[in-house]
Design a binder for this molecule. Structure first.
Ligand SMILES: O=C(O)c1ccccc1NCC(=O)[C@H](O)[C@H](O)COP(=O)(O)O
Length: 228
């Protein structure tokens, strides 16, 4: 089970998550985030991390020059797109980078909507897989006020059939309201390729809790071993 610890804001948290076995660390550059980081803040953290761990920048704005500058300056290996990025924009982004990055395309599942969103969701997953521009799909919870770092889970049972369809196209990462206590159930229900967490492993906004980090990673890997 691939595990990404997102919204890191300091070196101690990032190093601990790496030591505990996270596969990827996320740094949020989106303007709407309370854990927003700048390339100048992220670069020295990235330099201290093992080469093998993925360093993913989370972006919501469509300013490609700013994304490219952050990738190059901070040494990111992945880009997570949270906004309305067309295939043309993604192609433009890829072309302008000096080294290739892994692209994670985010799709949202609205926590307040019901099954009626499934059709549009499935059509989007098909299109993203056919475009072939993103390596992975990250499905996150969207609330009325935020589209990332919400700490809110969507109804996994409602999304079950859509995930079965989406997984045929590309690896799916589940995000939104995951915590050490519910990550195993989430994995059993939706069988994602990976999981992503931000607020569920924090002790305070922007500060990770070592025990929660450890428990989250252990429980996710255990759920996979148990045959989720
Ligand atoms: O984390 C944020 O503050 C954030 C703000 C705006 C866009 C994206 C953001 N985070 C992206 C992530 O990958 C989070 O890990 C994901 O949304 C899950 O967050 P949480 O529900 O707090 O675990």
């Amino acid at each position: 089970m691939w595990v990404k610890i997102c919204a890191n804001t300091n070196l101690d948290d990032a190093k601990l998550a790496a030591e505990l076995g996270a596969d990827a660390l996320g740094f949020v550059f989106a303007a709407a985030s309370s854990r927003r980081m700048t390339p100048e803040q992220v670069a020295p953290i990235v330099q201290e991390l093992p080469e093998s761990i993925e360093k993913v920048g989370v972006f919501a704005e469509l300013d490609l020059a700013a994304i490219r500058a952050a990738v190059e300056y901070a040494g990111l290996t992945g880009v997570q797109l949270h906004g309305d990025y067309t295939p043309e924009l993604i192609l433009g982004l890829r072309k302008g980078l000096s080294t290739p990055v892994t692209i994670l395309q985010t799709l949202h599942w609205q926590v307040t909507a019901g099954l009626e969103q499934a059709e549009a969701f499935e059509a989007s997953t098909r299109r993203i897989a056919e475009d072939g521009l993103a390596a992975r799909l990250l499905v996150d919870a969207k609330t009325a006020s935020a589209s990332g770092g919400t700490g809110t889970a969507f109804d996994w049972n409602l999304a079950r059939a859509s995930f079965e369809i989406a997984r045929r196209g590309m690896p799916i990462i589940l995000a939104g309201g995951l915590r050490p206590e519910n990550v195993a159930e989430a994995i059993r229900t939706l069988r994602p390729w990976g999981v992503d967490v931000a607020s569920g492993v924090e002790s305070a906004p922007g500060k990770k809790d070592p025990e929660k980090l450890q428990a989250f990673i252990t429980n996710a890997r255990q759920a996979e071993r148990n045959g989720a």
